[in-house]
Design a protein around this ligand. Structure first.
Ligand SMILES: Nc1ncnc2c1ncn2[C@@H]1O[C@H](COP(=O)(O)OP(=O)(O)OP(=O)(O)O)[C@@H](O)[C@H]1O
Length: 283
Protein backbone atom coordinates (compact mmCIF):
# COMPACT_ATOMS: atom_id res chain seq x y z
CA UNK A 1 0.00 0.00 0.00
CA UNK A 2 1.32 3.44 -0.94
CA UNK A 3 2.01 5.85 1.91
CA UNK A 4 0.39 8.70 0.01
CA UNK A 5 -1.95 7.94 -2.85
CA UNK A 6 -3.61 10.85 -4.66
CA UNK A 7 -5.99 10.35 -7.54
CA UNK A 8 -7.19 13.16 -9.79
CA UNK A 9 -6.38 16.14 -7.59
CA UNK A 10 -7.90 19.43 -8.74
CA UNK A 11 -7.30 22.77 -7.01
CA UNK A 12 -9.17 25.87 -8.12
CA UNK A 13 -8.78 29.38 -6.73
CA UNK A 14 -11.49 32.02 -6.79
CA UNK A 15 -9.83 35.14 -8.17
CA UNK A 16 -11.06 38.60 -9.15
CA UNK A 17 -10.99 37.50 -12.80
CA UNK A 18 -12.85 34.23 -12.16
CA UNK A 19 -11.84 30.69 -11.21
CA UNK A 20 -8.21 29.69 -11.80
CA UNK A 21 -7.27 26.01 -11.96
CA UNK A 22 -3.77 25.69 -10.46
CA UNK A 23 -3.75 21.87 -10.31
CA UNK A 24 -5.60 19.97 -12.98
CA UNK A 25 -6.15 16.27 -12.39
CA UNK A 26 -2.81 15.25 -10.90
CA UNK A 27 -2.41 11.68 -9.62
CA UNK A 28 0.64 10.54 -7.68
CA UNK A 29 1.79 8.09 -5.07
CA UNK A 30 4.76 7.80 -2.75
CA UNK A 31 5.82 4.61 -1.06
CA UNK A 32 7.50 4.17 2.30
CA UNK A 33 11.24 4.91 2.11
CA UNK A 34 10.87 6.39 -1.38
CA UNK A 35 12.09 9.78 -2.59
CA UNK A 36 9.73 11.32 -5.13
CA UNK A 37 10.74 14.54 -6.85
CA UNK A 38 8.09 16.84 -8.28
CA UNK A 39 9.75 19.06 -10.81
CA UNK A 40 8.55 21.86 -13.07
CA UNK A 41 8.98 25.54 -13.69
CA UNK A 42 7.59 28.23 -11.41
CA UNK A 43 3.80 28.27 -11.34
CA UNK A 44 3.34 24.65 -12.44
CA UNK A 45 1.33 23.83 -9.32
CA UNK A 46 3.95 21.87 -7.37
CA UNK A 47 3.54 23.72 -4.07
CA UNK A 48 -0.22 24.06 -4.37
CA UNK A 49 -0.63 20.26 -4.76
CA UNK A 50 1.32 19.61 -1.56
CA UNK A 51 -0.32 22.48 0.37
CA UNK A 52 -3.60 20.77 -0.55
CA UNK A 53 -2.34 17.58 1.14
CA UNK A 54 -1.34 19.59 4.23
CA UNK A 55 -4.69 21.44 4.28
CA UNK A 56 -2.81 24.75 4.21
CA UNK A 57 -4.51 26.49 1.28
CA UNK A 58 -6.54 29.68 1.82
CA UNK A 59 -10.33 29.64 1.84
CA UNK A 60 -10.39 30.83 -1.78
CA UNK A 61 -9.15 27.38 -2.84
CA UNK A 62 -11.44 24.47 -3.65
CA UNK A 63 -9.75 21.09 -3.40
CA UNK A 64 -11.26 17.95 -4.90
CA UNK A 65 -9.83 14.51 -5.58
CA UNK A 66 -11.15 11.01 -6.24
CA UNK A 67 -8.98 10.07 -3.28
CA UNK A 68 -6.21 11.54 -1.15
CA UNK A 69 -5.18 8.60 0.98
CA UNK A 70 -2.46 8.80 3.58
CA UNK A 71 -1.67 5.44 5.16
CA UNK A 72 -5.01 4.15 3.92
CA UNK A 73 -7.15 7.06 5.26
CA UNK A 74 -8.69 9.62 2.93
CA UNK A 75 -7.56 13.05 4.17
CA UNK A 76 -10.49 14.71 2.42
CA UNK A 77 -13.04 12.52 4.20
CA UNK A 78 -11.77 12.35 7.78
CA UNK A 79 -12.82 14.95 10.37
CA UNK A 80 -10.73 18.14 10.78
CA UNK A 81 -9.76 16.94 14.28
CA UNK A 82 -8.48 13.61 12.94
CA UNK A 83 -6.63 15.41 10.15
CA UNK A 84 -4.89 17.69 12.66
CA UNK A 85 -3.58 14.61 14.47
CA UNK A 86 -1.93 13.39 11.25
CA UNK A 87 -0.68 16.63 9.71
CA UNK A 88 2.43 17.97 11.42
CA UNK A 89 3.00 14.59 13.07
CA UNK A 90 2.90 11.79 10.48
CA UNK A 91 3.18 14.19 7.54
CA UNK A 92 5.49 17.19 7.90
CA UNK A 93 6.53 19.89 5.47
CA UNK A 94 9.47 22.27 5.19
CA UNK A 95 9.40 25.39 3.08
CA UNK A 96 11.55 27.54 0.82
CA UNK A 97 12.04 30.49 3.20
CA UNK A 98 13.20 29.09 6.54
CA UNK A 99 13.38 32.45 8.31
CA UNK A 100 9.88 33.42 7.19
CA UNK A 101 8.57 29.98 8.22
CA UNK A 102 9.58 30.48 11.84
CA UNK A 103 7.71 32.81 14.19
CA UNK A 104 10.00 35.83 14.87
CA UNK A 105 8.44 36.44 18.30
CA UNK A 106 9.45 33.16 19.94
CA UNK A 107 12.76 31.39 20.49
CA UNK A 108 13.43 28.42 18.24
CA UNK A 109 13.47 26.24 21.35
CA UNK A 110 9.93 27.30 22.29
CA UNK A 111 8.73 26.60 18.75
CA UNK A 112 10.15 23.09 18.56
CA UNK A 113 8.96 22.28 22.08
CA UNK A 114 5.42 23.39 21.14
CA UNK A 115 5.38 20.75 18.40
CA UNK A 116 6.48 18.13 20.93
CA UNK A 117 3.87 19.28 23.47
CA UNK A 118 1.00 19.33 20.96
CA UNK A 119 1.69 16.07 19.15
CA UNK A 120 3.67 13.96 21.61
CA UNK A 121 2.27 15.16 24.96
CA UNK A 122 5.78 15.35 26.47
CA UNK A 123 6.44 17.16 29.77
CA UNK A 124 8.84 20.11 30.02
CA UNK A 125 11.98 18.09 30.80
CA UNK A 126 11.26 15.52 28.08
CA UNK A 127 10.64 18.29 25.55
CA UNK A 128 13.92 20.03 26.34
CA UNK A 129 15.89 16.76 26.15
CA UNK A 130 14.27 15.80 22.85
CA UNK A 131 14.81 19.30 21.39
CA UNK A 132 18.52 19.11 22.22
CA UNK A 133 18.74 15.65 20.66
CA UNK A 134 16.97 16.89 17.50
CA UNK A 135 19.27 19.92 17.19
CA UNK A 136 22.25 17.57 17.45
CA UNK A 137 20.82 15.35 14.73
CA UNK A 138 20.46 18.24 12.30
CA UNK A 139 23.96 19.53 13.04
CA UNK A 140 23.29 22.67 15.11
CA UNK A 141 26.34 23.31 17.33
CA UNK A 142 25.85 24.10 21.06
CA UNK A 143 22.25 22.88 20.88
CA UNK A 144 21.28 23.72 24.47
CA UNK A 145 22.37 27.36 23.97
CA UNK A 146 20.91 27.69 20.49
CA UNK A 147 17.44 26.71 21.74
CA UNK A 148 17.33 30.16 23.38
CA UNK A 149 17.95 32.01 20.09
CA UNK A 150 15.33 33.89 18.12
CA UNK A 151 15.14 33.14 14.36
CA UNK A 152 16.77 36.48 13.41
CA UNK A 153 19.81 35.53 15.48
CA UNK A 154 20.48 32.50 13.27
CA UNK A 155 21.67 32.19 9.66
CA UNK A 156 19.36 31.00 6.86
CA UNK A 157 21.06 27.60 6.81
CA UNK A 158 20.69 27.22 10.58
CA UNK A 159 17.01 28.24 10.41
CA UNK A 160 16.48 25.57 7.75
CA UNK A 161 18.13 23.05 10.11
CA UNK A 162 15.67 24.17 12.82
CA UNK A 163 12.78 23.68 10.39
CA UNK A 164 14.06 20.20 9.56
CA UNK A 165 14.40 19.41 13.27
CA UNK A 166 10.78 20.55 13.81
CA UNK A 167 9.62 18.50 10.83
CA UNK A 168 11.24 15.26 12.04
CA UNK A 169 10.42 15.90 15.71
CA UNK A 170 7.47 13.50 15.76
CA UNK A 171 9.06 10.82 13.55
CA UNK A 172 6.91 11.51 10.47
CA UNK A 173 6.25 8.81 7.93
CA UNK A 174 6.27 11.36 5.12
CA UNK A 175 8.30 14.55 4.77
CA UNK A 176 7.48 17.11 2.09
CA UNK A 177 10.34 19.49 1.25
CA UNK A 178 9.26 22.46 -0.88
CA UNK A 179 12.36 23.93 -2.56
CA UNK A 180 14.24 23.51 0.74
CA UNK A 181 17.53 24.93 -0.53
CA UNK A 182 16.45 27.64 -2.97
CA UNK A 183 16.79 30.53 -0.51
CA UNK A 184 20.21 29.42 0.78
CA UNK A 185 23.79 30.12 -0.28
CA UNK A 186 25.18 27.64 -2.78
CA UNK A 187 27.70 26.29 -0.26
CA UNK A 188 24.94 25.60 2.27
CA UNK A 189 22.54 24.08 -0.28
CA UNK A 190 24.49 20.84 -0.59
CA UNK A 191 24.82 20.45 3.19
CA UNK A 192 21.05 20.79 3.64
CA UNK A 193 20.29 18.37 0.79
CA UNK A 194 22.76 15.83 2.22
CA UNK A 195 21.17 16.24 5.64
CA UNK A 196 17.66 15.64 4.28
CA UNK A 197 18.68 12.57 2.31
CA UNK A 198 20.62 11.08 5.23
CA UNK A 199 17.67 11.62 7.63
CA UNK A 200 15.29 10.12 5.07
CA UNK A 201 17.47 7.01 4.80
CA UNK A 202 18.09 6.77 8.56
CA UNK A 203 14.40 6.96 9.53
CA UNK A 204 12.94 5.27 6.43
CA UNK A 205 10.65 8.21 5.69
CA UNK A 206 8.93 8.80 2.39
CA UNK A 207 10.23 12.10 1.01
CA UNK A 208 8.62 14.38 -1.57
CA UNK A 209 11.15 16.85 -2.90
CA UNK A 210 9.60 19.80 -4.74
CA UNK A 211 12.15 21.49 -6.97
CA UNK A 212 12.73 23.22 -10.27
CA UNK A 213 16.35 22.08 -10.21
CA UNK A 214 17.20 18.97 -12.23
CA UNK A 215 20.52 18.71 -10.36
CA UNK A 216 18.60 18.26 -7.10
CA UNK A 217 16.42 15.63 -8.80
CA UNK A 218 19.47 13.67 -9.98
CA UNK A 219 21.10 13.86 -6.54
CA UNK A 220 18.11 12.80 -4.47
CA UNK A 221 15.18 11.15 -6.24
CA UNK A 222 14.15 7.56 -6.88
CA UNK A 223 11.20 8.58 -9.02
CA UNK A 224 10.19 11.85 -10.68
CA UNK A 225 6.96 13.57 -11.67
CA UNK A 226 7.22 16.42 -14.14
CA UNK A 227 4.47 19.01 -13.84
CA UNK A 228 3.58 21.78 -16.29
CA UNK A 229 0.73 24.27 -15.93
CA UNK A 230 -0.97 22.21 -13.25
CA UNK A 231 -0.79 18.92 -15.16
CA UNK A 232 1.42 15.90 -14.88
CA UNK A 233 3.47 15.66 -18.08
CA UNK A 234 5.58 12.64 -17.26
CA UNK A 235 6.39 10.17 -14.51
CA UNK A 236 9.45 7.92 -14.51
CA UNK A 237 12.21 6.50 -12.38
CA UNK A 238 15.09 8.92 -12.20
CA UNK A 239 17.44 7.08 -14.58
CA UNK A 240 14.81 6.64 -17.30
CA UNK A 241 13.86 10.30 -17.02
CA UNK A 242 17.40 11.49 -17.63
CA UNK A 243 18.24 8.84 -20.25
CA UNK A 244 15.04 8.83 -22.28
CA UNK A 245 12.66 11.64 -21.38
CA UNK A 246 9.30 11.12 -23.04
CA UNK A 247 7.69 14.55 -23.07
CA UNK A 248 9.02 17.55 -24.94
CA UNK A 249 8.67 19.58 -21.78
CA UNK A 250 11.00 17.23 -19.84
CA UNK A 251 13.48 17.38 -22.72
CA UNK A 252 13.27 21.16 -22.53
CA UNK A 253 13.99 21.16 -18.78
CA UNK A 254 16.96 18.84 -19.28
CA UNK A 255 18.34 20.85 -22.18
CA UNK A 256 18.38 23.93 -19.96
CA UNK A 257 20.98 22.32 -17.65
CA UNK A 258 24.35 24.14 -17.83
CA UNK A 259 26.07 21.01 -19.24
CA UNK A 260 23.87 21.32 -22.31
CA UNK A 261 24.81 24.90 -23.10
CA UNK A 262 25.68 25.46 -26.73
CA UNK A 263 27.17 28.76 -27.85
CA UNK A 264 26.91 31.72 -25.53
CA UNK A 265 23.49 31.14 -24.05
CA UNK A 266 21.47 28.33 -22.54
CA UNK A 267 18.43 27.11 -24.46
CA UNK A 268 15.25 28.13 -22.64
CA UNK A 269 12.23 25.94 -22.08
CA UNK A 270 10.29 28.10 -24.54
CA UNK A 271 12.98 27.65 -27.24
CA UNK A 272 12.73 23.90 -26.88
CA UNK A 273 8.97 23.76 -26.81
CA UNK A 274 8.71 25.70 -30.04
CA UNK A 275 11.51 23.76 -31.74
CA UNK A 276 10.43 20.34 -30.57
CA UNK A 277 6.66 20.63 -30.43
CA UNK A 278 4.99 23.42 -32.34
CA UNK A 279 1.64 22.06 -31.14
CA UNK A 280 2.43 22.27 -27.41
CA UNK A 281 4.27 20.67 -24.55
CA UNK A 282 2.79 17.20 -24.61
CA UNK A 283 4.54 13.87 -24.93
N1 LIG B 1 -3.85 31.90 -3.16
C1 LIG B 1 -3.79 31.85 -4.50
N2 LIG B 1 -4.72 32.48 -5.27
C2 LIG B 1 -4.67 32.43 -6.62
N3 LIG B 1 -3.71 31.78 -7.32
C3 LIG B 1 -2.75 31.14 -6.61
C4 LIG B 1 -2.74 31.14 -5.19
N4 LIG B 1 -1.66 30.42 -4.77
C5 LIG B 1 -1.04 30.00 -5.89
N5 LIG B 1 -1.68 30.42 -6.99
C6 LIG B 1 -1.32 30.16 -8.39
O1 LIG B 1 -1.29 28.76 -8.59
C7 LIG B 1 -0.28 28.46 -9.55
C8 LIG B 1 0.61 27.38 -9.02
O2 LIG B 1 1.38 27.91 -7.96
P1 LIG B 1 2.48 27.05 -7.18
O3 LIG B 1 2.98 27.89 -6.06
O4 LIG B 1 1.95 25.71 -6.86
O5 LIG B 1 3.62 26.91 -8.28
P2 LIG B 1 4.99 26.15 -8.16
O6 LIG B 1 5.05 25.17 -9.27
O7 LIG B 1 5.16 25.59 -6.78
O8 LIG B 1 6.02 27.31 -8.43
P3 LIG B 1 7.11 27.99 -7.47
O9 LIG B 1 8.32 27.15 -7.63
O10 LIG B 1 7.26 29.35 -8.01
O11 LIG B 1 6.53 27.97 -6.06
C9 LIG B 1 0.46 29.74 -9.85
O12 LIG B 1 -0.01 30.28 -11.08
C10 LIG B 1 0.09 30.65 -8.70
O13 LIG B 1 0.08 32.01 -9.07
Amino acid sequence: MALLDIQNLVVEFQTASGPFRAVDGVSLHVDEREVLAIVGESGSGKSVSMLAVMGLLPWTATVTADRMNFNGRDLLKISPADRRKIIGKDVAMIFQEPIASLNPCFTVGFQIEEVLRFHMGMDKAQRRARAIELFKQVGIPDPADRLNSFPHQMSGGQCQRVMIAMAIACNPKLLIADEPTTALDVTIQKQILDLLVSLQAKYGMGLIMITHNMGVVAATADRVIVQYKGRKMEEADVLSLFESPKSNYTRALLSALPDNAVGDRLPTVTDMLFEAAPSGAGA
